[in-house]
Design a protein around this ligand. Structure first.
Ligand code: AMP
Length: 281
């Protein structure tokens, strides 16, 4: 039986999901209207669906796995496994009030009307704090609810927070941190699901790291090794002349800013930083 993976057919997770699947080595041709497409090199079918329907379809067994936002997994209430955190679609589910509201703390939201499209997550968050609220379910344009006086506060997704500001809203508390995730049905035991998880994890790890090569005098190895421990240890290869060595290592992308100047100061020359397509530590 062909295994299916449900993926977003539009919206902000669509393009990064397809790019990730291609980087992971899946070969497919997506036409605009196709609802499902076969993968040419793996016994796998991509099912293009609304981002918010992914969890439901995986829970129902229509697809063995899916890619969606962690916020939507929480909101669906489905008991799915999160196999890989994919590092894109990052956002926060926050409670916010109009900038001129008297409410300044979480406690003051008790008994208030809260507009949201994340009804389940919002209800569970306030119930866990023993704070009764009235949820006002809205499918979209949640941020206008206080202006229309249908709510005192909202719970909505933000990434930078600039949309909140533009709409004259002030954040009070974060309910959930979200990013795109690979989810699967816990009942499914399929080598293709395990392989997909491994390959997506490899791309995500590759994106977070860089391959760094440099030359250095042999007597600088120890000093350099302290700066770049690498995945296990750096590879060190003797060069043909002058007691020089080539050192290869993997460095988290976020650390390059501080690591490269220190390598240079420690005597490294000819430092090259290369992207990593995939990485399995
Ligand atoms: P869509 O509505 O199809 O564009 O996708 C919405 C999903 O994208 C959400 O459920 C989140 O997982 C994710 N997302 C990432 N950043 C944001 C954001 N700033 N606003 C809304 N959704 C976001």
């Amino acid at each position: 039986m062909t295994i299916r993976i449900a993926v977003p057919n539009k919206g902000r997770l669509e393009a990064p999901t397809q790019e990730l699947l291609r980087k992971a080595g899946l070969q497919f041709e997506k036409t605009d209207r196709a609802l499902s497409v076969p993968v040419a090199n793996v016994d796998l079918e991509l099912l293009f669906v609304r981002t918010e329907d992914v969890c439901e379809l995986v829970a129902d067994g229509v697809a063995a796995m899916g890619i969606t936002g962690l916020d939507l997994l929480a909101e669906s209430g489905s008991e799915l496994d999160v196999l890989v955190e994919l590092g894109f679609g990052r956002c926060r589910l926050v409670a916010a009030v109009p900038a001129d509201s008297a409410i300044t703390s979480l406690d003051e939201l008790a008994e208030k009307r809260v507009a949201t499209s994340h009804v389940r997550t919002t209800g569970a968050f306030f119930a866990a704090k023993n704070m009764p609220i009235t949820t006002v379910p809205l499918r979209g344009s949640v941020e206008v609810a206080p202006k229309l006086d249908v709510a005192d506060a909202i719970v909505d997704l933000v990434s930078s927070g600039s949309t909140l500001m533009v709409n004259g809203l002030r954040p009070i508390v974060t309910l959930l941190e979200s990013e795109a995730v690979l989810v699967s049905d816990p009942q499914i035991d399929s080598p293709i699901v395990a392989q997909t998880a491994t390959m997506l994890r490899a791309v995500v790890a590759g994106r977070r790291n860089r391959y760094v090569l440099m030359n250095a005098p042999g007597d600088r190895i120890e000093a350099i090794e302290e700066i770049i421990p690498g995945v296990d240890a750096p590879s060190i290869v003797p060069l043909a002349h002058n007691g020089m060595v080539a050192i290869h290592s993997v460095v988290p992308s976020a650390d390059l800013w501080s690591v490269l100047p220190r390598l240079e100061a420690a005597g490294a020359t000819g430092i090259l930083v290369l992207p990593i397509e995939q990485m399995i530590p």
